[in-house]
Design a protein around this ligand. Sequence first.
Ligand code: ADP
Ligand code: MG
Length: 350
Amino acid sequence: ASSIEMQGLHKRFGRDTVALDGVDLNIRAGEFFTLLGPSGCGKTTLLRILAGLEEPEAGSLVVGGKNITEVPPHQRSVNTVFQSYALFPHLSVRENLAFGLKMRGMKTAERQAKVDEIAEFIKLGDLVDRHVDQLSGGQRQRIALARALICEPDVLLLDEPLSALDAGLRSQLQVELLRVQKRLGMTFVFVTHDQQEAMVMSDRIAVLNGGTIQQVGTPDEVYEHPVNAFVAHFMGHDNLFAISAAEDDWVDTELGRLRLDPAEQRDAQDGWLLIRPETLELDGEIPEGYNRLQGTVAERLYRGSRIEYRLTVNGRSLMAVASNLGQRMHNIGDRVTISVCPEDLVRVAA
Ligand code: ADP
Ligand code: MG
């Protein structure tokens, strides 16, 4: 496995499109690292620069301690799996898998052995002897992954490899992909626009927007402490409330005045207050020092393992999640008392 260091990467297309606007990023050897962001934020461009398929106007790229900014694609120990499978449809699976090895001049017997080894590793079973056009989407994507792994690159780049698959198959392949990566200890740079997928898979995540990195962190850091409103929204948070005034250990928000941990006031400016829905307790006992709000249940979404409530507080929507542990369910129209611990409130920059 290799580490990756990117510094000051800039890339534009034509005069007006800035795809990357100064990207600095360090990825550790053996890390499952995810680039997360909306469509058009520059994820694919960054991967293509890593692969050598796109040349940056400025910046440098070091992989495994070696500056490869000027090294052509085929001389980089980097391989890519794309969203569309990019297999040769007229060849068998075995021939597809052996193709890269053949290009490298590996002998037939050795190639066969390698193909058998990877087929065993990814548990392809009798798929290896089929033709590509006899395979389902999920099967093709597993072959594409096997083909990228067979050359044992130091770094594997994966550009939304699961987005074309339906939900069930997708979560199955997520687990499989993660297992393969951990067993090989290879550096994976994975691209997705799906924050759930990013959180499940990654050691660390970089959130991108408009060609710049907004935040880098572990899934829990990025989810629990987003640095700005963009990251908070993108990580799926709904409960963001404008702060109109703040002092020591309280803030005034659209919901009312709330107490928070004074440490949260470190760079106190105007901004937003983030309330995670799972930190709210409805109609429970309210410990000393906790915030108390009054609300009404406007919507209830029963999800089996948990129940989501949309509450109305002071004319605003507030989402709450309760685990389904045999508590009484709240009904639409119920008045509820909401409590939240000051330490669970997070300030977020605009
Ligand atoms: P993402 O993969 O995050 O959706 P991309 O890296 O594909 O984003 O694109 C980033 C920006 O660069 C977008 O505005 C896109 O339209 C533009 N772009 C990407 N590739 C090209 C290209 N070959 N020619 C012109 N514009 C491009
Ligand atoms: Mg893309």
